[in-house]
Design a protein around this ligand. Structure first.
Ligand code: 1HE
Length: 269
């Protein structure tokens, strides 16, 4: 596993649609097509996948944001025009592959949302684990108006956040939710003032980066799968995951530290 992007020959230079910076354990990835409102082209999908497959070992959390006035305008609409049906299927599958790397990768991903989070931009945001929305954020699924359907995993992920009924309404009527509504219905977990999203996300990233690796693994990989299981299989899997996590020396050390009065108490923030 590379310890930094620079160790992967030529990789950094190839990721020209992303701006990448690392501070300590937190890697900051910025979508970097502001003139096109960070619309997702084939190249950007591929670069996202490459970045998340090759995360340096030293990265323990990722913050994902968008350059310019908007997080992401979704699919680059100039790209789909000449697709055959078969090409459309593989195009969608390429998004699935990239976004699976984000949701089911090694590290938690915290998105900073602002401006448009629409279409494939909302699909991208919903593949991240924690979403911090600035007040300017608005959410839409204009696929219905464009004669399209979601293709970046939106039908699997968005209903799990807000329910199929709300997504149906967004797609059929073009309904747009603002940042406060988005917080209420579960599109974001945090809402902050404009310009404060990155600071909040970096602070959250520092916290999650300090968690024990097996706890993080359980939350990222076991929790969403258990949530999709029937109750009996879910409880069985939970027991296995709980035993694996608590059997790890990292857990034993942390429990001991609390009992010895050396670890923080749970407190209201
Ligand atoms: C684009 C795109 C794009 C902007 N593809 N070029 N997504 C949409 O249907 C959203 C379409 N975009 C918009 O509604 C607006 O652009 C925004 C609300 C996001 C931003 O508005 P604004 O006024 O800041 O920017 P703009 O003037 O509309 O756009 C600036 C430039 O970005 C302009 O190009 P220019 O060369 O004339 O300067 C736009 O054409 C370009 N641009 N959005 C291509 N999306 C896996 S399936 C997923 C399916 C979907 O995502 S469907 C939803 C697609």
């Amino acid at each position: 596993m590379p310890t930094s992007f620079r160790e992967v020959t030529g990789l950094l230079a190839q990721l020209d649609l992303l701006r990448i910076a690392q501070r300590g354990a937190v890697l900051h990835l910025r979508l970097n097509r502001p003139d096109k409102r960070n619309a997702i082209s084939d190249a950007l999908v591929a670069q996202l996948q490459t970045a998340f497959v090759n995360l340096p070992e030293t990265a323990r959390a990722v913050v994902l944001s968008g350059e310019g006035d908007h997080f992401c305008a979704g699919l680059d609409l100039s790209a789909l025009g000449d697709h055959s049906v078969a090409e459309g299927i593989f195009h969608s599958r390429s998004w699935h592959a990239a976004f699976e790397q984000i949701q089911f990768g090694r590290v938690p991903v915290i998105a900073v949302l602002h401006g448009a989070v629409v279409g494939g931009g909302l699909e991208l945001a919903s593949a991240t684990h924690i979403r911090v929305a600035e007040a300017s954020t608005f959410y839409g699924l204009p696929e219905g108006q464009r004669g399209l359907f979601v293709g970046g995993g939106g039908s699997a992920r968005v209903p799990r956040l807000i329910g199929a009924a709300r997504m149906t309404d967004m797609m059929l009527t073009g309904r747009v939710y603002d940042a406060a509504e988005g917080l209420n219905i579960g599109l974001s977990q945090y809402l902050v003032e404009d310009g404060k999203g990155l600071e909040k996300a970096l602070a959250l990233a520092e916290k999650v980066a300090a968690n024990a690796p097996l706890s993080t693994f359980a939350v990222l990989h076991a929790l969403p799968r258990i949530a999709d299981m029937n109750r009996s299989d879910g409880l069985f899997t939970e027991s296995l995951m709980a035993a694996i996590a608590s059997g790890d020396p990292a857990a034993k050390g942390r429990m001991r530290a609390f009992l010895d009065g050396k670890a923080g108490k749970v407190a209201k923030s």
